[in-house]
Design a protein around this ligand. Structure first.
Ligand code: 5GP
Length: 330
């Protein structure tokens, strides 16, 4: 009788998590582990970027640092500049601030244009304007959740589209407005549209554990952006607070009352805050969390027979389930 032949699975330690991409519009190339710290002012910090860079991971730096802060960071940590993006909203003051930073620190190659709703004509025009002004920078832009809008933003000059409306850990958009799109479906559909045009996508929001990060890559995301999973660490902004004998750190959405009061002074009356504020247990140095995520991803790849992270989506099949894990002891 013939023996059943089995394909040799890649060893966990040999799985290659680094990916290389060439971007459609900037023509720049990227090499690294495509996990991005979100540009939220609690987690998208310079301190976080220093540690992420050591792992070839990426940080979208939040938009509330000044030009002077950036100059100091560039002087002290030139090794990080390949692995960070400068963030901006779509207003004139944001654009001026970002332009002055990019002028002062020409080693920065990435721009992250971030608005809550990427569907406005104004945003499309803004992406075109930034592309014209910075022809060689790689532009991340969003957030959107549908293939047509992914295509429009790519054709307007963006390279990497940020996908996600409503999935975030401190986001309340779905409850406040009823607007949103299931994240896995959004990633599957948007990845298809982007890849058809040689563009790329970021799955932004909704990951709660390393397995979710693996699923986002499996669904076709080129990059995965995390906020909540990186919250509560030493490298995050804010103090460690003692609460009933437990150490915690504050984490909040960028359109929460906390963020709006901090950066704008108030919540505008005509709009509801669409983010919440939470206290998360203090988790120590982010290094441990990084190793947990990367270890999980490597293991995912071996289970499905992918020698490289880049192969993961081709090796992934999704099955509809009613329960993911055994909760007897939780
Ligand atoms: P997480 O990884 O915590 O689930 O999601 C992080 C993402 O949530 C961020 O990258 C951003 O896109 C989104 N986000 C951050 N703050 C807010 C907010 O205040 N409101 C909403 N709707 N989304 C937010």
């Amino acid at each position: 009788m013939e023996e059943e032949s089995r394909v040799a699975l890649p060893q966990v330690s040999k799985v290659d998590l680094k990916c290389s991409f060439t971007f459609r519009n900037s023509k720049q190339t990227y090499s690294g582990i495509p996990v991005i710290v979100s540009n939220m002012d609690t987690v998208g910090t310079f301190e976080m970027a220093v540690v992420m860079t050591q792992h070839a991971m990426f940080t979208a730096i939040h938009k509330h640092y000044t030009l002077e802060d950036w100059k100091l960071f560039a002087t002290n940590h030139p090794e990080c500049l390949e692995h960070v993006a400068v963030s901006s909203g779509s207003g004139q003051s944001d654009l001026d601030r970002m332009s002055s930073i990019l002028e002062a620190v020409p080693q920065i190659k990435y721009i992250c244009l971030d608005v809550a709703n990427g569907y406005s004509e104004h945003f499309v025009e803004f992406v075109k304007l930034v592309r014209a002004k910075f022809p060689e920078h790689t532009i991340m832009a969003g957030n959107v959740v549908t293939g047509e809008m992914v295509e429009e933003l790519i054709l307007s000059g963006a390279d990497i589209i940020k996908v996600g409306i409503g999935p975030g850990s401190v986001c309340t958009t779905r409850t406040k407005t009823g607007v949103g799109y299931p994240q896995l479906s959004a990633v599957i559909e948007c990845a298809d549209s982007a890849h058809g045009l040689k563009g790329h996508i970021i799955s932004d929001g909704g990951c709660t554990c390393p397995g979710d990060v693996a699923k986002a890559f499996g669904a076709g995301a080129d990059f995965v952006m995390l906020g909540g999973m990186f919250s509560g660490h030493t490298e995050c902004a804010g103090e460690v607070i003692e609460r009933n004998g437990q150490k915690v750190k504050l984490f909040y959405g960028m359109s929460s009352e906390t963020a709006m009061k901090k950066h704008v002074g108030r919540v505008a009356e005509y709009r509801a805050s669409e983010g919440k504020t939470v206290e998360v247990p203090f988790k120590g140095d982010v290094e441990n969390t990084i190793l947990d995520i990367l270890g999980g991803l490597r293991s995912t790849c071996t289970y499905v027979g992918a020698a490289k992270l880049k192969e993961l989506s081709r090796r992934t099949t999704f099955i509809r389930v009613t329960q993911q894990h055994n909760s007897v002891f939780s």
